[in-house]
Design a binder for this molecule. Structure first.
Ligand code: FES
Length: 192
């Protein structure tokens, strides 16, 4: 017979799975378990960042549309074919910060205070889309699944929780108001 503690754990895990499924459902993505790594789309230099969801889904993100200290999800779009690469492996979290907040190394890959990372938590793969707003989490990227905390000003290094690795970093550049990938992800995307 299941112990009450086991049952509670199962319910909790079920909720996390539901949360994850709801998010991916909202972005129109199907999680393809049978896909090989090589068949997955990737971010390459020149890809335009577009909104991953909401009313502006698939539209280019313009720099002046993003407020300071905001984080949002984006996908890369091939500017030649206008194909939006919708896959968990290409989901990006874009953050706008005061440029002076960024450490030296991170600033090299930023553009106008914008920094971008893989949005896939390195603990167990939940998507990240928000900056913490209270207490010690203020200005930090937080994974709500099990509480991993990353520092967007310092290469998304892990500040707390169970994650062991930083989020993969995406170099950026600005072309006018458009946010554009200046290369592919640096570091491993997703959970181990
Ligand atoms: S999946 Fe993000 S903290 Fe566990």
């Amino acid at each position: 017979m299941k112990k009450p503690r086991d049952t509670a754990k199962a319910v909790l895990l079920g909720r996390r799975e539901a949360l994850r499924a709801a998010f991916w459902g909202g972005t129109g993505i199907l999680l393809g378990r049978g896909l090989s790594q090589s068949s997955l789309p990737s971010v390459v230099a020149g890809d335009l960042l577009v909104y991953a969801g909401g009313e502006k889904a698939d539209q280019p993100i313009l720099a002046d549309q993003v407020g300071l200290n905001k984080a949002l999800n984006a996908f890369p779009m091939d500017p030649n074919t206008q194909t939006v690469k919708k896959d968990p492996k290409t989901l990006i979290v874009l953050v706008r910060l005061e440029p002076k907040m960024l450490d030296k190394n991170t600033a090299k890959f930023a553009a106008g205070g914008f920094v971008a990372y893989s949005a896939i938590c390195t603990h167990q793969g939940c998507p990240i889309s928000q900056l913490g707003e209270v207490g010690s989490r203020k200005g930090k990227l937080v994974c709500t699944c099990h509480g991993a905390v990353y520092d967007p000003t310092a290469g998304a290094k892990v500040l707390g929780g169970q994650a062991k690795r930083p989020l993969a970093l995406l170099p950026l550049k600005l072309q006018g108001q458009n946010l554009v990938a200046a290369g592919g992800f640096i570091g491993k995307v997703g959970a181990d």
